[in-house]
Structures are given as C-alpha cells and as structure tokens.
Design a protein around this ligand. Structure first.
Ligand code: CU
Length: 149
C-alpha cells in the first residue's frame, strides 16, 4: 500500500516534469517587421507592403490588419496577376512572410483620407499566436518598389 503510493507519486512527479519540459520548449513565435511602406494612393484604395521575419521556432499566421485609415482592410494574395482575399498568411518558423509588389499585400479600401508621400499610416498587425504589432507605414511615391532600386 505504502509502496504503491510512493510509486504513484514518482510517476506523477515524472509526468509533471515532462509536461513542464514540453511547455518551456514550446516557445513563442518571435516576429519582427521591416521594410514597411504604402505607395501614395491615387484613389480611395491603397496597398501596404512589409516583411515579417519569425526568428522563433513556432510558426504563426497573420490573420488581420487594422488601421485608423480604413475600416475595410483585408489581406490579398496575387496569383496569375489576379488578386484574391485570403483569411491568413503563414509566417513560418525561422522564415519570413513577404508582402511585396506584385505579390501578397495588405489592401485598404474606402480610405477615410488620402495620405501623401512623407506621411505615415499607423497599422496594427494581428496574429494567431503572437501579440499584435503596431507599426507606421511610411507613404512613398506611387511607383515605389524597393526590389527595383
Ligand atoms: Cu488587393
């Protein structure tokens, strides 16, 4: 009886340690945003581009974007020169999500005002796991494309 109780205690302790080990190695995604910009809009629509780097060992997903500039913001992929709304984008562990001209982008519709080159648009990026990230998108000239410089 006593021995059995002790054994159970040892098993419980071992299981507890294993669980603790598991949860501490299950680290969070570590996200960093760079190269963000918005080409100066020429209508009441605008696009946003940026790179999200994940240096953690857990993948995450960009699920939505919010901004005072618009209440109608979605995320789009471009395939065969046609853009399509998606519900989320993966930010792979140890990799990055590229939102770039001609490809994936943030789409702002029904702009409340038209930001000009040199201004900044504040946006908040929302993720499945990581905390939201607030950044400013500098407004660049309409044809700005960092990849082509
Ligand atoms: Cu679009």
């Amino acid at each position: 009886m006593n021995r059995r109780t002790t054994l159970m205690g040892v098993v419980a302790l071992a299981t507890g340690l294993m669980l603790a080990g598991c949860s501490s190695s299950d680290s969070k995604p570590e996200l960093k945003v760079s190269g963000a910009f918005m080409p100066q809009p020429v209508s009441d629509m605008a696009a946003g581009f940026l790179v999200i780097r994940n240096s953690g060992d857990t993948s995450d997903r960009l699920t939505s974007v919010t901004s005072p500039l618009s209440d109608d913001i979605t995320i789009h992929e471009t395939k065969n020169q046609t853009m399509r709304m998606v519900s989320s984008f993966e930010v792979p562990a140890g990799g990055e999500l590229d939102l770039e001209r001609g490809g994936n982008h943030i789409m702002f519709m029904k702009l409340k005002q038209r930001p000009k080159q040199g201004e900044k648009v504040s946006v908040e990026l929302h993720f499945e796991k990581a905390d939201p990230i607030k950044i400013d998108l500098p407004v660049k000239e309409t044809t700005h494309n960092p990849k082509k410089q």
